[in-house]
Write a protein that binds this ligand. Sequence first.
Ligand code: SF4
Length: 237
Amino acid sequence: MQIVRDIDTEIGEDSPPERVVAWMLNRFAGRRLVVTTAFGMEGCALIDMIARHGVPVPVLYLDTGFLFPETLQLRDRLARRYPHLSFENRGTSLTPEAQETLYGPELWARDPDTCCNLRKVDPMRRALGDVDVWVTGLTRSQSPSRAGLRVVEWDWKYQLLGVHPLATWDRNRVWEYVQQHGVPYNELHGRGYPTLGCTHCTLPVAGNVTGEYTREGRWRGMEKNECGLHQIVGKAS
Ligand code: SF4
């Protein structure tokens, strides 16, 4: 992909996240650029970095209908702190009750892939339909499947440019940033939840302390460890 090859000469893979953010806001000014978040700690740090530039970037999120109350409270705290960013829910219109009628009870326990497709993947595909640049808080250290993540890469799944400013950071570094800058974060991190997803599929991890990342608490007892939103190819094409 020519645009990715051009960009490789503009921003290095080891560039600090703050520099990547400054570069992308300038490079893609006037393009349809959005950040998406599930309100994990990485997303909060990323939102803060972007907000410092005073640019009105849309922050899209998916209310699956099964978010923790603490996650929704965090959304409200972030919206109050960064009033020039627009926090937009792009979640499905399929209510939990309608899903139960159509697919039966507790789909997440019987067929979590279908449940994630209905409540996350399909809505995200719709949300990104008219977007040029998709900014995420993904990092390489989050899972083996994300180890090859590039700072800027063509996203074949959604056919747009993905920018991942925090790619080189780990949770400790993110936690340092959050503390340094007083960034709001989900209080559940302090109660043993390293990551936050839907209430049905997210459990606390014994011994976990704020600043330690693991995906152990997600879809426990199942093969699944990704919701399917991100298809990491790990190479420029
Ligand atoms: S995380 Fe669980 S409840 Fe949420 S969409 Fe996926 S399977 Fe459904």
